[in-house]
Design a protein around this ligand. Sequence first.
Ligand code: IMP
Ligand code: MG
Length: 193
Amino acid sequence: MRFSRGWGLHPCHSFLLRCNVKIKETLLQQQEITERVNSLGQQLTKDYAGKKPVVIGILNGAFIFLADLVRAMDMAVEVDFIRVASYGQATESSGTITLSKAPERDLNGKDILLVEDIVDSGTTMVWLQKYFTTEHQPSSVKTCTLINKSQRRAVDVNIDYIGFEIEKGFLVGYGLDCAETYRNLPEICALEE
Ligand code: IMP
Ligand code: MG
């Protein structure tokens, strides 16, 4: 692994957080992620049969998961992205969410599948569900997250598709970052506390 050959201690210089944190352990290997994403793709192919869902990735974290997930869906899909700011550079949610990039497709009457990297407090997903149902007129809105991290859940949130349940820890890799670093690790790792 690249980081074990020298990425173990990675200083991320930022005013808010220096992500000067070591990788503690690998929680999900590449193969395990691939198998789970493929099985989610098969499930979605069945559940959306006869429809053409708009798969909306929540930037930046979901970009790798979405890329693999849509290729595991054996059907026509549309792809779009939304970006909200909630975390900044810190590892704790600020609680304030702002829209920084709106989706560009016409979502009127469409079946939306929201794709997230990780649901933690749940605040972002609840905000997004409300945004899509009040600002657009979709036919349906479903949610899919690669990781459901339930320990710090602060609000009730409905998630239709979950890749993995991981109770706690700060995770990086496969799209997940610490102060914008580590997104390109092919596996998912926990940082030291
Ligand atoms: P929530 O609003 O607290 O559910 O936070 C959701 C967002 O926080 C996710 O989309 C991630 O960008 C970020 N996040 C939460 N936990 C982690 C983590 O363990 N690693 C990296 N990002 C995280
Ligand atoms: Mg995210």
